[in-house]
Design a protein around this ligand. Sequence first.
Ligand code: UGA
Length: 488
Amino acid sequence: MSRRPRITVFGTGYLGTAHATCLASLGFRVLGVDIAAGRIAALEAGRLPFYEPGLEPLLRKGLRSGRLGFTTSYPSAAEFGDVHFICVGTPQRPGAPGADLSQFEACFAGLAPLLRRPCLVVGKSTVPPGTAAGYAQRLPVIAPAGAGAELAWNPEFLREGHAVADTLRPDRIVAGVWSDRAEATLRMVYAEPIAAGVPFLATDPATAELVKAAANAFLATKISFINAMAEVCEVTGADVLSLAVALGRDPRIGDAGLRPGLGFGGGCLPKDLRALAAGAAELGAGQALSFLHEIDAINGRRRTRLVDLAREAAGGRLEGRRVGVLGLAFKPGSDDIRDSPALEVAARIRAQGARVAAFDPAAMDLARRVHPDLDYAGSVLGAARDADVLLLLTEWPEFSTADPEVLAKTVARRTVVDARHALDAAVWRACGWDYRAPGRPGTARARGISDDLGTGDSGTPDREDDGITGTGDAELSQAAVACLAAAS
Ligand code: UGA
């Protein structure tokens, strides 16, 4: 293919919309395709149907440039595109651990019979091992173009909240290809990031699809490892934050993704972990990945532990208590509540008879639809009003900077459970709060250390100091200084 390929992107969720929009920003002509007419209408009007910082301006720019369009018509897309990316969802099967590939299957079965000229179909969705090979065999049989229609696999590693940066400048591009022609086409699509130094790793498709599933399983394992250590810390009196900082200083371990707390959630890590284990088991390699069940179990225990901590902090029972909840999204920078640890904890506490008043900067509308049983406050102060216990469940930056002195005047009891280690324990304690956090003893020594475990999601820059000795008093907030002065 000598001219720039024209591109279609099937599926306009986080992945597909970010991919289509970013490729248009690189100068390609791109058509986004979805069966959901409402979603396509919103995108055509320049509105993102979900929260993703920085993506909407780029979407509008793409639409204005005339390079980016959207359609519900498969025939138009098949006619238009030289490269067809399939980015549809692969959620967990209801009631089973495996992946539900019905959207992928429907997209493939709808598109393949319409492919009349040479083209590349590129799987981007996260799938269980062995998926690519099956579709590669079927494609030339179903497509009128025959062997001219080829399959490749090109997994995506973008994080919600960082979709634009992760798409334009990923850590690596993995291209699973069966032919030089497919590799050359993908090199053309990614010419700009490759020129900017992003590594392009050409593999066979079976490896490419596994890289994605294995990467998410590894990230989940790292998170559950440090959370398992938090459980050990609670019986030995050790401090999981100091432990994580000290472990992360070993370059072979690294501190990214080593934040202990409430565990992982969202639409990717939990279901990908289960789909990989289930897929490997179906292929006869179940024993190799049996440890992933334990990773999942550790993650589930975090939520139970947090409910227990909240109950203890409320004086041994939740019934009749008022609980203020800060955070409902599965992580900061996102409105996604799929398998959100925060929302599950809030709902479980409500189910045990507490009145829950919750606030989240982005996820309130979605949460309200699923959990109308919770009360929704308009601000941090609103959630804290008259609370017997305040819970921080998602580490939005505005929660970390909330003034404990002001909040102290709003709550009924100064008790806070910091599930994400986002607050400065010493500052809150100095303001008279009973501060509790999973995996941490009641010491002021480790204060500020959570800042050191930068994942890039909290908006907190990585720090230069060693963290273990804590921050200097010069860095304490004014409120804390006032509280500390009053306390002494
Ligand atoms: C994850 C992967 O990070 C992406 O590389 C991948 O492309 C994406 O899934 C996907 O498969 O599409 P994402 O779900 O956006 O991205 O979220 P992460 O930023 O990885 O966080 C996942 C969960 O782990 C969140 O609930 C977060 O709070 C939690 N987490 C993360 C921790 O508890 N500790 C950490 O140190 C890091």
